[in-house]
Design a binder for this molecule. Structure first.
Ligand code: GLU
Length: 411
């Protein structure tokens, strides 16, 4: 199933619960603007390549549109559209004053030199700079992009529009960024996992966790949960998965990745298994923190973990979601589970507008407060309406966007 179709299904289920009028549903699902651009770039070897870039602005009823830029070979318009709409619900679930957007380029960054990456980024901004801005649409990191890319975006945008640090978030801390943005998504996943465990009457200590993906999100999630005394029994990346029944030494794995071009290849202290096997491990919590669409109708029936935390965007597809639900699994949905990233992006944007540097302590405190509120609201909604956490989170988000749109006057 195509990505946007699956997101629409989740939307419709929540809209049914909210008894939303058909006309409002159509308005809320339809993206506001979609831009596809050609990015002609000269590679280091002199070859000319024409890449395709996208920016989709989904909805701006609650504020400037917000969402990351994904550089990945599988990026296409349908995926970006789906991710843009998820951002609209995500920013509404955590109640930060933003709408939703997303962008991307279909490219494999692992095959690029730093200079090529910089040229591609700047060329892309040349094509979309009129569409973005600190009061209209604010990009951020996503798969394949990082703080360096964000710094180039700010610099390139400023060439056209003057000094505007708040046009993009996820910047380097020493270049208008905020402390704690890099860890924010993983830290949020960890915080929410512990909150959910608490609600289920369980303690963190000794809880067996498997995490798919050891990039920015997965590695910070592993670090946070290991520090909370969970037993992280499996981690993985593109080189495969690494399993150890009595718990992986997470600090050691982090050091290994730093010393080996951010990869776990050769990590010796664990049994080497496949990424597919990791998803089916007999653990207490499964955290897919890599790409989308990894739990599908084909393997959902074999997921043994009673709790699945969607650290990635859309790791569980709609058919798999129904199977997990029927099997009594609890899924903490992406729009809440990984919202720590965009929440700290919001703090960064506030910091940029105030010209006042926030401390790491303040960032962590406010992140905890924002996510706790969102979690408690979602949990209560799910209990009261007897719906899944996903439907509850979508209900919260959709209701807030619908109210803002109606109050502001849609047409
Ligand atoms: N790309 C991240 C997400 O999917 C962060 C977006 C942001 O910080 O604007 O939530």
């Amino acid at each position: 199933m195509r990505s946007f179709e699956a997101t629409k299904q989740y939307f419709q289920r929540a809209a049914d619960e909210l008894e939303l009028a058909e006309s409002l549903r159509t308005y809320l699902m339809m993206p506001r603007r979609e831009l596809q651009v050609q990015i002609p770039v000269e590679m280091d070897n002199g070859e000319l390549r024409s890449l395709v870039g996208y920016r989709v602005q989904h909805n701006r009823a609650r504020g400037p549109m917000k969402g990351g830029l994904r550089f990945h070979p599988e990026v296409d318009l349908d995926e970006v559209r789906s991710l843009a709409s998820l951002m609209t619900w995500k920013t509404a679930v955590v109640n930060i004053p933003y709408g939703g957007a997303k962008g991307g380029i279909a490219i494999d960054v692992s095959k690029l030199s730093a200079r090529e990456l910089e040229r591609i980024t700047r060329k892309f901004i040349d094509e979309i700079h009129e569409m973005i801005g600190p009061d209209s649409d604010i990009p951020a990191p996503d798969m394949g992009t990082d703080h360096r890319v964000m710094a180039w975006i700010m610099d390139q945008y400023n060439k056209y529009h003057g000094f505007n640090p708040g046009v993009v978030t996820g910047k380097p801390v020493e270049f208008y960024g905020i402390p704690g943005r890099e860890e924010a998504t993983g830290r949020g996943v960890g915080l929410l996992t512990i909150k959910l465990l608490g609600r289920l009457g369980r303690k963190a200590v000794g809880t067996r966790v498997a995490i798919q993906g050891f990039g920015n999100v997965g590695s910070h999630t592993a670090k946070f949960l290991a520090e909370a005394e969970c037993k992280v029994v499996a981690i993985s990346d593109s080189t495969g998965a690494y399993y150890r029944a009595d718990g992986i030494d997470v600090p050691k794995a982090l050091r290994h990745a730093i010393e080996h071009e951010r990869l776990l290849r050769g990590f010796a202290d664990a049994e080497h298994i496949s990424n597919e096997q990791l998803l089916e491990l007999d653990v207490d919590i499964l955290i897919p923190a890599a790409v989308g669409g990894v739990v599908t109708a084909a393997n959902a029936g074999r997921v043994k973990a009673p709790v699945v935390i969607e650290a990635a965007n859309s790791p569980v597809d709609a058919e798999a979601d129904a199977i997990l639900d029927a099997n009594g699994k609890i899924v903490l949905p992406d729009v809440l589970a990984n919202a720590g990233g965009v929440t700290v992006s919001y703090f960064e944007w506030v910091q940029n507008r105030q010209y006042y540097q926030w401390s790491l302590d303040r960032v962590r405190q406010e992140l905890d407060k924002t996510l706790t509120n969102a979690f408690e609201h979602t949990w209560t909604m799910a209990r009261e309406r007897k719906v899944s956490l996903r439907t509850a989170a979508f209900m919260l988000g959709i209701d807030r966007v619908a109210r803002a749109a109606t109050l502001g006057g849609i047409s």
